[in-house]
Write a protein that binds this ligand. Structure first.
Ligand SMILES: Cc1cc2nc3c(=O)[nH]c(=O)nc-3n(C[C@H](O)[C@H](O)[C@H](O)COP(=O)(O)O)c2cc1C
Length: 201
């Protein structure tokens, strides 16, 4: 598959393998807003992910309101510092200082957060939602946008308070919060180990 790319810095026409190798977790963004048309393209890519027994168990919340993003970031920081985030309990004693700093924003000041929620429809909902997330991130890269999954925000998003604030039914679970925006510059490569092949018979 060839994909036309914008200003991702990976050329005008790139293959799926190029996109896979050029996607980065971007943590510095330009203030430009991501247009609704682009968001729709990303959501379309997301829902074309494989889905176990064709359940399509995902639903999406898009937050582009800076006030809401900042309030959510504050909640993330509060839970980390108080040790009430069940996913990241170690932050209570390890490195909490970083999260108390006023300049730390869990979303790196990105203008858009897409949250992928899963409906309680079987044992592969988490897999389905993260496959959708990867589709979304690769599609964004191919269109010249940066992304980063924000696992730090999962616990805050799953509080009854934030589900209610965002109009999310209580039975849904936030799995994949992903920030999206125009990268402010080049993002260094985080190298990978070669695949560990346990057996090839
Ligand atoms: C499930 C998951 C949760 C993540 N949560 C965060 C996060 O909360 N904050 C952050 O800055 N990066 C987060 N990341 C991004 C990883 O740190 C990043 O993917 C990794 O360092 C490799 O870098 P690369 O994606 O640029 O190759 C997360 C990635 C995944 C897959």
């Amino acid at each position: 598959m060839n994909t036309s790319v914008g200003n991702a810095g990976i050329g005008e026409s790139v293959s799926t393998m190029d996109v896979i190798h050029h996607r980065r977790a971007v943590r510095d963004y330009l203030p430009d807003k991501v247009d609704a048309a682009v968001i729709h393209q990303l959501l379309d890519a997301a829902v074309h992910a494989p889905t176990a027994i064709h359940e399509e168990p995902w639903a999406f919340v898009i937050i582009q309101d800076k006030v809401i993003l900042d309030r959510l970031s504050d909640k993330v920081k509060e839970m980390l510092v108080k040790g009430t985030d069940p996913i990241h309990p170690l932050f209570k004693s390890h490195g909490a200082d970083r999260f108390t700093r006023p300049d730390f924003n869990a979303f790196y000041n990105a203008g858009t957060l897409v949250v992928i929620y899963g409906k309680p429809l079987g044992n592969f909902v988490v897999a389905d939602c993260w496959l959708a997330a990867e589709n979304l991130m690769l599609a964004a890269c191919s269109l010249g946008f940066g992304t980063c999954p924000i696992g730090l925000a999962v616990a805050a998003l799953n509080t009854p308070q934030w589900k209610q604030a965002l109009g999310v039914p209580a039975e849904l679970t936030a799995y994949a919060p992903i920030i999206v925006g125009k990268p402010a510059g080049a993002t260094p490569v985080v190298p990978r180990k070669p695949p560990e092949i346990l057996r090839w018979s």
